[in-house]
Write a protein that binds this ligand. Structure first.
Ligand SMILES: [Zn+2]
Ligand SMILES: [Zn+2]
Length: 370
């Protein structure tokens, strides 16, 4: 099938646990988890490990050079999907330069089940006491949205989005709940106050009584039965979510991003069970690219001296088995242990490529088109 050149995936950080700076780690890279996805004009960032810092620097540079003055510059629009709140997935976020730009629109989605809302959780973890500024002192326009399993996020709905009634009729039996959750409550069912413009609307949104029949390009979140296939239309990007519980403290969210006729699944920080993760297999079935946690060799995982079972991470073999069972077209091994240097990773990579050509190790700076 023809490659979809406007669906690009770039790795900015591929390490798990903590970043590493060492001459023996330059080939695969030392930054922690961060991946950039460009699907048409939609930019999605997966996780905010230290890899997000160079990505932000690049975006900021491009933004500044796009026009001579601030008024002329195109706002940076980013949708971020957070797998979970462990350090190696959020530690670069404070230093993401686009957040310091007034016109940046930053929309972050992450798991809703922590002790407090995601914005409060992040605020406590990486801002406030541990950082010179507070989360809500940030210049950019930030929305932080709590999501859960079986939420669908639809970005770039066309002008006449297939409306609620149509959707209901089509999926009458499967839809458990249709509800635009969170984002900004005022965008749903509430008309703008005098002089206000709703986020994402091109014009004064008079009579904008629901997002479903208006021009807003704010995402729509729906809740549908798990694993239901909803195909993206035109320039839509559909994000499907899956909660995996095999990671200590609150589990982790896996995401599937679908655009046109292709999809990519991001499943980091997950430990496969005996016989493979059946939920993940189903979620990733036939996907074009599966990015899968591969923190350890099987030998290290089963080590008697320092066992890694129960740490919430997979081995290279587990990732390989899941990819095979899910019949994915390509597998990217990801989230490498920070003690594995280039030499060790190259040897492991070669042994897997010998078995199957459709797999590769993620490397910092590597970009692929689906
Ligand atoms: Zn991690
Ligand atoms: Zn983790």
């Amino acid at each position: 099938m023809k490659k979809n050149t406007d669906f690009k995936i770039k790795f900015w950080g591929v390490r798990g646990s903590y970043p590493i700076a060492d001459k023996n780690f330059l080939e695969y890279g030392g930054n922690t988890s961060c991946i950039e996805i460009n699907a048409g004009s939609t930019k999605i960032i997966l996780d905010g490990g230290t890899g997000i810092i160079p990505l932000g620097d690049k975006m900021f540079k491009e933004h500044i050079s796009s026009a001579e003055n601030a008024q002329g510059r195109k706002p940076m629009k980013v949708t971020m999907l957070l797998s979970h709140i462990h350090q190696d997935h959020i530690q670069g976020l404070n230093f993401f330069k686009p957040l310091n730009v007034l016109t940046t629109q930053f929309l972050l989605f992450g798991y809703s089940g922590y002790d407090s809302n995601l914005d409060e959780t992040l605020s406590e973890l990486i801002f406030g006491k541990s950082f010179p500024i507070n989360l809500y002192d940030i210049t950019a326009d930030i929305d932080i949205c709590d999501i859960n399993e079986a939420n669908f996020i639809i970005l770039n709905c066309p002008r006449k989005f297939r409306d609620k009634e149509h959707y209901k009729a089509k999926h009458r039996n499967e839809v458990r709940m249709i509800e635009p959750v969170c984002v900004t409550e005022r965008n749903f069912g509430v008309a703008p106050l005098k002089g206000e413009q709703l986020y994402g609307c091109d014009e004064q949104a008079e009579g904008c009584d629901t997002i479903l029949n208006n021009d807003c390009d704010k995402p729509i979140i729906k809740r549908v039965s798990a694993f239901e296939e909803v195909k993206p239309k035109k320039n839509e990007v559909i994000i499907s979510t899956l909660k995996l519980n095999s990671h200590p403290n609150f589990g982790v969210m896996a995401y599937k991003i679908s655009y046109k006729d292709k999809s990519v699944v991001y499943a980091t920080d997950t430990e496969c069970y005996s016989g493979g993760s059946k939920k993940l297999e189903l979620f990733a079935k036939d996907t074009d690219l599966l990015i899968h946690d591969s923190q350890y060799t099987t030998e290290d995982y089963l080590s008697v001296v320092s066992p890694k079972q129960g740490f919430g991470h997979s081995t290279f073999d587990m990732a390989f088995e899941t990819a095979k069972a899910a019949n994915v077209k390509q597998l990217a091994f990801f989230h490498f242990d920070p003690s594995y240097d280039d030499k060790k990773l190259t040897n492991i990579e070669n042994s897997f490529i010998k078995k199957n050509k459709n797999c590769f190790f993620a490397k910092e700076g590597l970009e692929i088109c689906l």
